[in-house]
Structures are given as C-alpha cells and as structure tokens.
Design a protein around this ligand. Structure first.
Ligand code: PEP
Ligand code: CO
Length: 442
C-alpha cells in the first residue's frame, strides 16, 4: 500500500469539495490553522477509542448526536447549554434505564461542512451555488461563493464552543438534579408518563447522581466524559488539523470523525486521509454499500483490526433494514472485523412535505431503530450505539413524537438550514424508549 502522509489524499479523486477561486487564500488559511493550538488532546482521543472498543462488545453504549450542521449564528451560551443538557439528560436516562455506561459524542464544535446532492440551486429564478455549511459559504443566497476565511473562522467557532462546554462541565453544570430540568409535560400517553416519571424519580433520588454521568472516573473533559465529532468532509481543513506525534498522526480538531455516505468510496481521497489518522473513526453505511465493499472498507481503514478504531453507522431507511442489514453484518462477521455498530435512523428517513420542508417521521426513526436492534440480535451481533440529529430546543422539524406534530405545524419553528432535527421532547422520549428496549434485551 502507498505510504501515507496528511496530504497523500491530494491528487486522488475527491467529491463534495468547494471550488475556491483563490488557492493562495486557501493556502494562507491552512497555514494559519497549522500554527494554531489543537482543540483536543491525544490522550482524550485514545480514551474514546478504548471506550468505543467496550461499546463494540456491548459493555457500553454510544450516544452520538447534535445538529445536522452547526451555524456560526448559534454560537451563544444558551444554545450550547441546551445542546449539552439534552445530550447529558438522554445519557442519564440510558445509563439508568438500561444500566449501561454511555459514551457521549456530540456532533458539535466542528460540524460545519455539509455534503450536498447538487452543486447549484435555483432561488427566485436565479441559479446560485448550494449552501455547503458555514465552513464554506453563507446561507444567504447573495453570499454563496466559497470563502477560504471561513476555514479559520470555523476553527475559532469550534474552539469557543468547546471551551464553553469544558467550562460548563468543569463547573458542575452536569448536575441536573433539579426537578425543573425533568418536566415530563411533553408525554401525552398516561401510562408512558407514569413509567417515565418512575424512572426520573429513581434518577433524582439516587444518592450518587453524579455517578450516572460518570463524573467520578478520570474524565476527558474535566470530570465528565464528553467527546466531540464531525463529518471529516473538508479535507484541506482536516489535513491542517493533523498533528504528527510519536504514536502516529492525530486529527486534533475533534475526538471522532466520520466519513459520510457520499464520500466513502475506496481508492478516493477521504478514505485515503482517514486511513492514516489514529482517531477513532466512523463510516456511514447506506443502501449503496455492497457487502464486499464493506469488507474492503474494514481492511483499509482498520488494517490492524483494532477494536474501537472503526464505527459503522448504518442508515438505510426504516423500510430497508431487513433487506440490507443482514448482509452487512454477515460481511463483517465473515472477515472477522472488530467494529462498533451504530444506528443512524435519521438520514434514510427524510422526505419533503407538501409545503416544501424536509422532514422525518418519529415513527420511522423508531421503526429503523427497532428493526436494527432486531437485526443485530438475530445475527448474534451487537448494536453499540445510536446517532441522531437533534437539538435541545423546541423546534418543529420532525413530525410525530409526543407532541404529535403534523406536516402543517412544521413552519411554526423550523430553524435548520440543513436536515430536520428531533426536538427536546422527541429526543427525550426516544431516550426513554431505547432505555426500555435495551433493558428488555439485556
Ligand atoms: C449527516 O450525517 O449529516 C449526513 C450527511 O449523513 P450521510 O452521510 O449518512 O448522508
Ligand atoms: Co444530516
């Protein structure tokens, strides 16, 4: 195999990259990035890899979630607090409900670049480049040219986000004992409400609540383990965040990076870049992933077959799990690959409403989750985690859930620039449902 360097992806076929008009400005931006300090530490990255190895064996469970795309305008205290709170609360519900340690991985502090299905779109009769995320261009149709200065701006937005997360965790924000944080008013069904209330009471009465968030272990973010992740899409940025250390090359822009379903082709640039970094990495596996291709993905990205190194994140659509998951599990079992399986029940379940908004039905999200849990169980495989697009806010982007949101109500608070996210109530209910299912299966 060819030798790897942080830039050995250059020259290979690559997709989903912006067309910058000024290469010198890109060069200046990446040089600036290389001179700036890392956002995370190699020790934290190694620790996450070890924890993901536990998840691959069913000894821990990964909760990965956050915005489809973070926006620079949302860099404020309240938004960060809300995102942290929902992730921590869901993890506490899972830990207590299912009696399993939860590994929290936020789609946060760097999730700024998006793959798109088309390079341009027509807005008010004018053809403009599509919005590729704040890492690249502006959502404002008059400012869609890719701007290299955003490479550096994204770093500072990520750094500021992560700094406040570390401050909140270090300062004891993780103490969610106050009942005001646990208003279950969103649960309509009385029997569910009673069951959830019982679980919450037990959580709140627990003598050592902080144990539930793992606060006593030597955490990677102060006392509480909390990791960051994003799709490693924009390779000039990822290359610039790569640091050579005595134990190998690390991308120190995030703890965990994944390759999207549109950029995971073997022999192309993204797979080449990812194979050389020591971080734990993910690969999205959609319907077009052939089982033989999956075997080669495992061999290429995890040649030493190290547990915790590779997470396979399946995303098929609720109706296609039974057709596709068994073949993927079989491929992995046949080559003896150690992988951590995760389920993204969001990206295969997107549809457009009559009003022209992208949405997802909570019933399909739950349907995919439950079919994937069935599939792993039937094949003697382990589902090690879940991957959601969600927010701590009361947005109306996905339909269904405890509030029974309908298509017509989505316009009320539809904020995403990208994919529809679960809101607070929908996320919490899903956490309760997963906890119940994991406990039942245990
Ligand atoms: C995403 O996670 O936002 C995404 C684009 O997913 P996928 O690559 O699975 O389509
Ligand atoms: Co998305």
């Amino acid at each position: 195999m060819r030798s790897w360097t942080p830039s050995s992806w250059r020259g290979l076929p690559i997709s989903q990259q912006p067309d910058y008009s000024d290469p010198n400005a890109v060069q200046a931006a990446t040089e600036r990035l290389q001179a700036l300090p890392p956002l995370v530490h190699t020790g934290e990255v190694d620790r996450l890899r070890q924890q993901l190895a536990r998840a691959s064996r069913g000894e821990a469970f990964v909760l990965q979630g956050g915005d489809c795309a973070e926006r620079f305008v949302d860099l404020n205290a309240q938004a960060i607090q809300d995102k942290l709170k929902i992730l921590l609360q869901m993890s506490v519900v899972l830990t207590w409900g299912a009696r399993i340690p939860v590994i929290r991985v936020a789609r946060m502090a760097g999730q700024f670049a998006k793959p798109r299905s088309k390079p341009t779109e027509i807005l008010d009769g004018v053809e403009v480049p599509t919005y590729r995320g704040d890492h690249i261009n502006s959502h404002d149709p008059s400012d869609r040219q890719p701007n290299p200065q955003r490479l550096v701006q994204a770093y500072f937005h990520a750094a500021t986000t992560l700094n406040y997360v570390r401050a909140l965790l270090g300062g004891g924000f993780a103490d969610l004992r106050h009942p005001q944080h646990w208003d279950l008013g969103f649960v309509r069904e009385p029997s569910h409400r009673a069951e959830y209330q019982d679980m919450v009471s037990r959580i709140l009465e627990a003598v050592d609540f902080m144990e539930a968030v793992g606060a006593d272990s030597e955490g990677s973010l102060s006392r509480v383990d909390f990791f960051t992740s994003h799709e490693g899409l924009l390779l000039p940025y990822e290359e610039a965040m790569t640091v050579q250390t005595p134990t190998g090359a690390y991308n120190l822009g995030a703890h965990f990076l994944w390759i999207g379903d549109r950029t995971r082709k073997l022999d192309q640039a993204h797979v080449e870049y990812f194979r050389g970094i020591r971080n734990p990495i993910g690969v999205k596996c959609g319907p077009t992933m052939a089982p033989d291709e999956l075997k080669r993905v495992c061999e290429t990205l995890n040649p030493d077959n190290e547990p915790g190194r590779l997470t396979l994140i399946t995303r098929y659509g609720a109706g296609r799990v039974q057709e596709l998951l068994p073949g993927h599990i079989q491929a992995v079992q046949e080559c003896g690959a150690h992988v951590t399986w995760s389920c993204d029940p969001m990206h295969g379940n997107t549809r457009s409403t009559k009003q022209g908004l992208k949405t997802r039905d909570v019933s399909n999200i739950l349907g995919e989750l439950s079919a994937v849990m069935d599939g792993h169980r039937a094949a003697g495989s382990v589902l090690g985690g879940v991957h959601f697009e969600m927010t701590g806010d009361d947005v109306t982007e996905c339909v269904g859930g405890p509030q029974g949101l309908a298509d017509e109500q989505l316009a009320e608070s539809y904020e995403t620039f990208c994919d529809p996210r679960l809101n607070y109530a929908q996320s919490m209910e899903i956490a309760f449902l997963i906890a119940q299912r994991l406990r039942r299966d245990a």
